[in-house]
Design a protein around this ligand. Structure first.
Ligand code: ADP
Ligand code: ZN
Length: 613
């Protein structure tokens, strides 16, 4: 697109509508765009899917010169540039994947002022050569994407980001905008300091992701539960399943495939080319489910991921929020599903006990786990709990399992005392300690080879817990562990009293517990599918599917992901409004000038052909 032609300079809103095809700015976007356009610096904390890209892309089109975008995600640069080219913005990138000739071409375009945006990898920008090269052209602004990479304490730390502070001295008059989806205070402070943005305007959005429905269910048979969940969401939905170990990843992917789900494994142990191929298929094909360790994620910018499932407990709320955040970037209804059980707690406590590092480090890991467990066991809105963790307030949301089906709370004080006194007796009378399974057998008076071998039928607490089922007992143990009323120790997860146990035993502390819900949440199932296409009549849905088929052909021909042609929201609106001439397409979201020219006739043809039948 050319910003140098027609006389009166376009406004930000005009650019948004004409180029990107969107009606209005969201949230802080307008204020951020205005700050940067006017030459000010900005630090932007916005959740995934919040619309960070437009915050620098629009000013890039309003200011004279080329916006330089620093992004660590080399694999994504091609898609980001393709998306911009598809709306007629002059964009290019410089990274190590190009040959000399290609680089030369991009450099020339930059120097002769023919680029609106230039994406570069951070390591490039720390070289003197690149800085001299940039100085020979005209930089309109610097956008520093994934700015949390500057934080040395975060897991995405990139040393090259530290050098970006220099930009402040080298280009004192060029505005800089730093963006991240990481919400913690500490990261925020580090970004301001290390990037020398002390004077920048701060824009901190709510980290709520209202389109994501949070669900946490009790683990019984995780694979079967997962399969049931995926089926309830609709067979051809795009999703990511996270597991902790490579072994679980492999086994789960195989299980899903055997059950007709198009699932692929992804973990750090697979050869690089296999991983690259899997990632490319996920980005470009419809309906693929990736089963992965957390190695999969950074750099996944697919907007239409409909669900993220965890079959193992994440180690922290930060991790959970970041991973679930990969669902629903496009704002359409999506689900974050987690199944978790007693074994997860025992296993993670053990991993922390065995982890290298000092006591302070282990204590921190323990605190992360405790916060995660509190989220799992909460009897209040999940979203309120999640936002509170990031220091933000929320209202009961109506879109999480707790809000939809409030859990029953019952008085678990007496069972808790029975369990604790069994542990105490075994310890005092026999000098023994055991894991949850055996303790539950004793409480329920269930004779097993082990109870016979140890003569546990003679314990005073033998069979005093027959009023609860085994599943209920596991719920009692799990919740007590989660709240620190009990601890698990060692390789076998044997149970022992904690500092808080005494108060429970003496009757000084009541133990309210969540009732176990045996079935996964049926009522809320298929929220993603229902939500997104709920307002489509059956006939509209047919047209929608035809439009999707047309889009798939178009994307394949151009070798780009389908969403670069049009997002689902656009096709849905076309299916509903059934425009019969090109002018009627103009107001539809995601249809800017360039796409109107390029695809307008095709879209109308699909609609006409459909109605003609
Ligand atoms: P982020 O980088 O914050 O994760 P993106 O910039 O990728 O988010 O935007 C997420 C999605 O929202 C994209 O599909 C984008 O086109 C869309 N979007 C962003 N801003 C708007 C807006 N003002 N109106 C409509 N859609 C928008
Ligand atoms: Zn809620």
């Amino acid at each position: 697109m050319s910003t140098h032609t027609a006389s009166p300079a376009p406004t930000a809103l005009e650019i948004l509508q004409r180029v990107f095809g969107y009606e209005s700015f969201r949230g802080d976007q307008a204020a951020i765009v205005e700050t940067v356009r006017a030459g000010g610096n900005a630090v932007v904390l916005m959740p995934t899917g919040g619309g960070k890209s437009l915050c620098y892309q629009v000013p890039a089109l309003l200011r004279e010169g080329t916006a330089v975008v620093v992004s660590p995600l080399i694999a994504l640069m091609q898609d980001q540039v393709d998306a911009l080219l598809s709306v007629g913005v002059r964009a290019a990138f410089l990274n190590s994947t190009q040959d000399a000739q290609e680089r030369e071409r991009v450099e020339q375009a930059y120097l002769s002022g023919q680029l609106d945006l230039l994406y570069v990898a951070p390591e490039r920008l720390s070289s003197g050569q690149t800085k001299r090269f940039l100085a020979n052209g005209n930089v309109s602004l610097f956008a520093i994407d994934e700015a949390h990479c500057v934080s040395q304490w975060g897991h995405d730390f990139r040393p090259d980001y530290l050098a970006l502070g220099e930009l402040a001295e080298l280009w004192p008059d060029v505005p800089r905008i730093a963006l991240t989806a990481t919400a913690t205070e500490a990261t925020h402070r580090e970004i301001r300091e290390r990037l020398r943005m002390e004077d920048a305007a701060d824009f901190v959005s709510s980290f709520d992701r209202p389109n994501i429905q949070y669900r946490i269910v009790n683990k019984s048979e995780p694979r079967k539960q997962l399969l049931e969940f995926i089926r309830s969401e609709g067979q051809d939905q795009v999703g990511i399943v996270y597991a902790l170990s490579r072994k679980t990843v492999e086994a789960t992917a195989e299980f899903l495939r055997a059950n007709g789900i198009n699932a692929l494994p992804y973990h750090a142990g697979l050869p690089t080319d296999v991983r690259a191929h899997t990632q490319a298929r996920f980005l470009r094909e419809d309906g693929i489910v990736i089963v992965a360790t957390i190695a999969f994620g950074m750099g996944i910018d697919k907007p239409d991921v409909r669900f993220v499932a965890h079959i193992d407990l994440p180690k922290s709320i930060e991790g959970y929020y970041q991973e679930t955040g990969r669902a629903g970037r496009d704002g359409e209804p999506s689900v974050a599903w987690l199944t978790y059980g007693l074994q997860d707690v025992v296993q993670q406590r053990r991993m922390i006990d065995e982890s290298p590092g000092d006591a302070v480090h282990r204590r921190r890991l323990g605190q992360h786990l405790d916060a995660m467990l509190a989220l799992c066991e909460t009897v209040e809105c999940r979203r309120v709990n999640l936002l509170a963790y990031f220091g933000q307030q929320g209202q009961p949301c109506g879109n999480c399992d707790v809000c939809i089906t409030p859990p029953q709370v019952w008085d678990g004080t007496v069972p808790a005392q029975k369990l604790l006194s069994t542990i105490v007796r075994l310890q005092r009378e026999r000098g023994q300690s055991f894991g949850a399974g055996h303790l539950i057998d004793i409480l329920r008076g269930k004779t097993t080879p082990r109870t016979e071998k140890w003569g546990h039928e003679t314990l005073a607490t033998w069979g005093i817990g027959q009023d609860l089922s085994e599943a209920q007992w596991r719920g009692v143990v799990r919740q007590m562990l989660a709240r620190g009323l009990l601890i698990s120790q060692g390789e076998f997860g044997t149970m022992a009293l904690s500092q808080s146990s005494a108060a429970v035993l003496s009757g000084g502390q009541p133990v309210p517990l969540r009732a176990e819900i045996a079935r996964s949440l049926r009522g809320a199932s298929s929220a993603a599918r229902r939500g997104a296409n709920a307002d489509l009549e059956p006939r509209d849905l047919e047209l929608f599917e035809e439009l999707r088929a047309w889009r798939a052909g178009e994307a394949q021909e151009q070798g780009v992901p389908a969403y670069i042609v049009f997002g689902d929201a656009t096709l849905r609106e076309v299916a509903q409004t059934r425009p019969l001439d090109v002018s009627r397409l103009a107001g539809i979201t995601g249809v800017g000038q360039k796409k109107l020219e390029r695809y307008g006739e095709d879209l109308v043809d699909v609609v006409r052909a459909f109605l003609g039948r």
